[in-house]
Design a binder for this molecule. Structure first.
Ligand code: TYD
Length: 209
């Protein structure tokens, strides 16, 4: 049995570190899996990613959503579904819940519009579990600042925007407790990883343990 797991969390939440640990864990257990990301994961979707994330680019809200969905349609059809069909599990760094939180809730396009477009883009494919690295946006901001480097177009948004994204994920998680694995990302990477392994919604995916 293969599982489709998505990982959500802002820059600074330790998402890349957690994904690295998950990769080593699955590899050590001989679990067949693919790791991928959104926006991106296929050549076309990676090109669309460059358009979306380019700093200082002006993009209307609906155009932004449709670009995420266009990239997703290609990614699901040509990468995620074939991997799952061949018996591999898929770990995806961000997926449909990012569109709901960022474009639907934080940008105000509405959850219904985004749900509908998500359904069209994915042909109804939904993640078996969504890991959300929950971190106060102000702490995430401080972590990013201390690290330095260029911020993407979305990372450069005002704090009010990041607070709306945070509230968005909180709502999505509260409304879908069977699917969400909410981890306290203010803790150390090791504690976060142990919290994941012990979470009932992770334990349910016996193939990944
Ligand atoms: P990325 O550099 O991958 O950042 P992160 O480390 O935060 O994942 O940039 C992806 C950005 O795109 C991130 O700010 C979240 C945003 N995003 C959306 O707004 N909607 C979406 O549907 C997806 C997949 C991502």
């Amino acid at each position: 049995m293969s599982s489709f797991i998505t990982i959500e969390g802002s820059d600074g939440s330790g998402k890349s570190t957690l994904i690295g640990r998950m990769e080593s864990h699955l590899r050590a257990r001989g679990v067949p899996f693919k790791l991928t990301r959104e926006p991106g994961g296929t050549p076309v979707a990676e090109e669309i990613r460059d358009i979306i994330l380019k700093p200082n680019r002006k993009l209307s809200t609906l155009c932004e959503l449709l670009l995420f969905e266009a990239a997703r349609a290609d990614h699901v059809e040509t990468f995620i579904r074939p991997a799952l069909a061949s018996g591999q599990s898929v770990l995806c760094d961000r997926f449909t819940h990012s569109s709901l939180a960022y474009q639907g809730i934080a940008r105000g396009l509405g959850e219904d519009v985004v749900k509908n477009l998500n359904r069209v883009a994915t042909g109804g494919l939904e993640p078996d579990a969504v890991i959300w690295l929950k971190l106060d946006p102000k702490i995430a901001y401080d972590r990013i600042e201390s690290r330095g480097g260029e911020k993407s177009r979305l990372d450069s948004e005002a704090m009010a925007f990041h607070l709306r994204v945070f509230d968005g994920f909180s709502q999505l998680a509260a409304n879908d407790p069977e699917r969400f694995i909410v981890l306290d990302a203010s803790r150390s990477p090791e504690q976060v990883f142990q919290e994941l392994l012990a979470h009932p919604n992770w334990v349910r995916h016996g193939d990944l343990r």
